[in-house]
Design a protein. Structure first.
Length: 309
């Protein structure tokens, strides 16, 4: 089934310590994302890149936090850019994972406007559930989950949430770098977690199937936030936060194929693509291939799974 897809560039690099993610949207364009989706029969519009709002916000009590004004400006701008029509599937091309502090609340509002809950599939090596107090790096790409769930107070630096995500509606797959503060935060929530040990023991399909069935049963919207460091660094080197032991090429493709079969995905982030760290565009081309798989590229046609129709 063809879709109306809008590509939205989110060239955020101030949430991370290593610069280069602002080149991510153009790397995806150069690697042929629009062409790949068009060839699958989708209608694709490239809306260009978002620019941060110019804001000045009060400092926090944590002196380690960096680029706070610019980060706050990005959050505001991306929340506004996420105001898209219900019949459009936005793909937010990042950009470091701070982008999710803008995109996910915007998608939560869109789901609320449609009278539906938002579910979030978080494909990442990290849980990104720090807040202004607990971060010991000062890098705000580690905070979006705590913000868009309202588990921590980010006022007045970040705007009031246009839409909140219930932690019970989040599934994190691929975690393998979670510090003590994040472990404690996760333990206080109903977030579903399938870390790499669980995947090694039980496979990647079981937790994903269970989560997709919950989304289906609730009639929810599904936002997928795909961090490049979800993947094994050997196949996807273009990320500033590489962590060994990530998802393999085949595991990641299986996730994308399951998502396509479900027909549930309503929006997508591509986060932490840093072309400065890449090997001749290898990771950008791989990400285009994964996105194409999510939107229908397949080796063999298979009937849609009946429980998701």
């Amino acid at each position: 089934m063809s879709r109306h897809i809008t590509l939205i560039g989110a060239p955020v690099q101030t949430g991370a310590w290593r610069r280069g993610c602002k080149m991510g949207p153009d790397a995806l364009r150069t690697a042929g994302l629009e062409t790949a989706l068009t060839e699958l029969g989708h209608g694709v519009v490239d809306a260009g890149d978002v620019t941060p709002q110019a804001v000045t916000v009060p400092a926090t009590a944590n002196p380690l936090i960096r680029d706070l004004d610019l980060c706050a400006g990005w959050v505001r701008a991306l929340q506004a850019a996420g105001d898209v029509a219900q019949d459009t599937t936005p793909i937010f091309m990042g950009g470091d994972h701070l982008m999710a502090a803008g995109t996910v609340p915007a998608m939560a509002k869109r789901a609320d406007d449609a009278g539906r809950p938002l579910f979030v599939l978080w494909l990442d090596a990290h849980s990104d559930i720090h807040d202004f107090t607990t971060t010991d790096s000062g890098n705000l790409h580690g905070t979006p989950v705590a913000y868009f769930t309202a588990l921590s107070d980010f006022a007045p630096q970040f705007p009031d949430l246009p839409g909140r995500v219930d932690p019970a509606n989040i599934c994190m797959i691929g975690l393998r770098s979670v510090d003590p503060a994040e472990k404690a935060a996760l333990a206080r929530t109903d977030i579903q977690v399938a870390d790499m040990r669980a995947i090694d023991e039980h496979g990647i399909a079981a937790p994903l199937r269970a989560f997709l069935e919950r989304v289906q049963d609730a009639g929810g919207h599904l936002h997928v936030s795909f961090d490049v460091d979800f993947l094994e660094p050997d196949i996807a080197p273009a990320v500033g936060t590489t962590v060994p032991g990530g998802a393999t090429f085949r595991e990641a493709h299986l996730v994308m194929e399951y998502l396509h079969d479900s027909g549930l995905v309503t929006s997508l982030d591509i986060a932490e693509l840093n072309p400065f760290m890449d090997d001749r565009g290898k990771t950008a081309r791989l990400m285009v291939d994964f996105v194409a798989s999510l939107f229908g590229k397949a080796v063999l046609d298979r009937p849609t799974r009946s429980r998701w129709t």
